[in-house]
Design a protein around this ligand. Structure first.
Ligand code: HSE
Length: 440
């Protein structure tokens, strides 16, 4: 059978990895797919560099639209990224009847509803395994492997840059700014790391997982997003003393009231496997009603790990592209006419537990006032840690840190209590609040 022909838009790190792995493993991939898969055309602004990467046998152009217009091309891989030209090209490829493979989480988390609807109307597939957690086949697991389950929650370390920074902060006792600079110098963080450190990249990924897990539309605009830029070495140290690690988690959960969709730093018990995922690695925990807890671990970025996911999509499409579109796996796991309208909850309605750190005057009655406010609001305390004043401000210090772990409460209730605590004259600095997830 004639090879399936693939056009690649953008040959950077992931594109060149895809080309190389496809070439290296072509015989095995053909035996699996039932047909050869060949990248026969590449579009890249730097034509000379692209040509040197793929060799003389592949046509290289600087105009992505020439790839889309080529009737021989069956599948278009979009690896340009961003919302702008990438969106136009994906929509044009769909309109031209091409299947699309993309690693573009930002595009799908924001414009997924429009893109999947256009693809369904045209009878083509849009595959995006590489968009979430790089080489970990988490889309496949959620959409197919766990299809028997009512998914209850997902919690993931789905941004390698921030996990690397948090690991370094913990290992070396350093503050965020210092580690970020070092990570940039070593190439672990980008020159503009905003999407990573502010939690936006993780929110794109958890938005996609949430849609697949619960059969809701992609709704990035409803996600609560908080990054790691305000975390201090002291909180990482205190968390450790209480038996927790701080991780940037993407969390989505089904509750009786609606869906939680949130990204923020979280204390996780050190005894959980996911708390021990260090460096740039990714991991996702999925809780299903039938299977229980499952854990997926691996590289969330990089040339060949991400290529592994891109090529898995190419093989899936090659196997299924002649099938009746109704017999394919739906883009978001649920049939398009059977999606749920469960609301995504505002953060004030989320129920979780908390780590609070208060810098207070070291004098009689302070702890009683603070804990009294929690008791009045019906918030139960799980643990309290108080440092010696000398340890905080040196010998003779009159200030100390009080750390309180709470049991579960509504975030809106805690917000009210924090405002009252902050107004106490003996609370001397802005209160630090970090959410805590037991993940049991
Ligand atoms: N920048 C991401 C990370 C990889 O640090 O994990 C691509 O999503």
């Amino acid at each position: 059978m004639k090879p399936i022909q693939v056009g690649l838009l953008g040959i950077g790190t992931v594109g060149s990895g895809t080309f190389n792995v496809l070439k290296r493993n072509q015989e095995e991939i053909k035996r699996r797919a039932g047909r050869s898969i060949e990248i026969t055309m590449v579009a890249d602004l730097d034509v000379a560099r692209a040509q040197s990467l793929v060799g003389p046998g592949v046509q290289v152009v600087n105009d992505a639209r020439a790839v889309i217009a080529n009737p021989e091309i069956d599948i278009v891989i979009e690896l340009i990224g961003g919302y702008g030209i990438a969106k136009a090209l994906v929509m044009e490829a769909i309109a031209a009847g091409k299947h699309v493979v993309t690693a573009n989480k930002a595009l799908l988390a924001v414009h997924g509803t429009e893109i999947f609807a256009a693809a369904s109307a045209k009878g083509v597939m849009v595959a995006f395994e590489a968009a979430v957690a790089g080489g970990i086949p988490i889309i496949k697991a959620l959409r197919e492997g766990l299809t028997a389950n009512s998914i209850q929650w997902i919690a993931g370390i789905i941004n390698g840059t921030t996990n690397f920074i948090l690991s370094e902060m913990r290992d070396k006792g350093l503050d965020f700014d210092v580690v970020l600079k070092e990570a940039q110098r070593l190439g672990y963080a980008e020159a503009d790391p905003t999407f990573d450190i502010e939690g936006v990249d993780a929110a794109h990924k958890v938005t996609l997982m949430s849609a697949i897990a619960f059969g809701i539309p992609v709704q990035f605009d409803k996600a609560y997003v908080e990054g790691i830029t305000k975390l201090g070495a002291a909180d990482i140290k205190y968390a450790e003393q209480l038996g927790y690690r701080i991780k940037l988690l993407g969390i989505t959960k089904r509750t009786a009231q609606g869906i939680e969709l949130r990204v923020h730093p979280s204390l996780v018990p050190t005894k959980r496997l996911i708390a021990n995922v260090e460096g740039a690695m990714n991991a996702v925990v999925v809780q299903g009603d039938a299977v229980g807890t499952t854990l997926y671990y691996g590289k969330g970025a990089g040339s060949e790990p991400t290529a592994s996911a891109v090529i898995a999509d190419l093989v899936d499409i090659t196997r299924l592209h002649t099938a009746d579109p109704h017999h394919r796996v739906p883009h978001l796991a649920f049939q398009p006419d059977a999606m749920s309208d469960l609301a995504v909850l505002p953060m004030s309605e989320v129920v979780t537990s908390y780590y609070l750190r208060l810098r207070v005057a070291d004098e009689a009655g302070v702890l009683a006032k603070v804990t009294g406010l929690l008791a009045d609001a019906g918030i139960s305390i799980d643990a309290v840690l108080q440092r010696e004043a000398d340890e905080i401000g040196g010998e003779g210090s009159t200030q100390t840190d009080v750390i309180i772990l709470t049991h579960d409460t509504r975030e809106g209730t805690l917000d009210g209590v924090l405002a009252q605590m902050q107004a106490l004259p003996s609370v001397l600095a802005p209160i630090t609040r970090i959410r805590k997830e037991e993940l049991n």
